[in-house]
Ligand binder design. Sequence first.
Ligand code: FES
Length: 111
Amino acid sequence: MAFVRACSLDDLWAGEMESYELDGKDVLVAHLDSGEVVATQAICPHQQIELVEGTLEKATLTCRAHLWTFDLATCTGLNPAHSALARYPVKVDGDDVYVDPDGDSPKIAHS
Ligand code: FES
C-alpha cells in the first residue's frame, strides 16, 4: 500500500472533482459537500467516458453519457443499482490529499 499525493485541498474545493494519473492509474478525486474526500475510478464502468465530465451534486455523480448515477459516499451505483465504482483509500494530511491507487481496481459493468 503506497499513498501518492494527488492534490491540495486548495486545488479541489468542496463540490469539485478532478481526475489525476497516479502511479499509472487514472483516478477521480472528489471533495464532497460533506467535507469528505473520495477517490474512485476516472472512467465510467459502463463505457469509456471520463466521469469528470459528468456532474456532481452533493454526493451524487452523474455520468454525462447515459446518465448513470453513483453515490460517491459509498461508491455504489444508484441507477442502475447493480453498478459500482472502485474506492481507493484516501488520506488527508493538512491541505494535502493522498490516494493509494493500488487499494482497489476499476469496476466494469456489463449491461
Ligand atoms: S458511459 Fe457512463 S453511463 Fe454510459
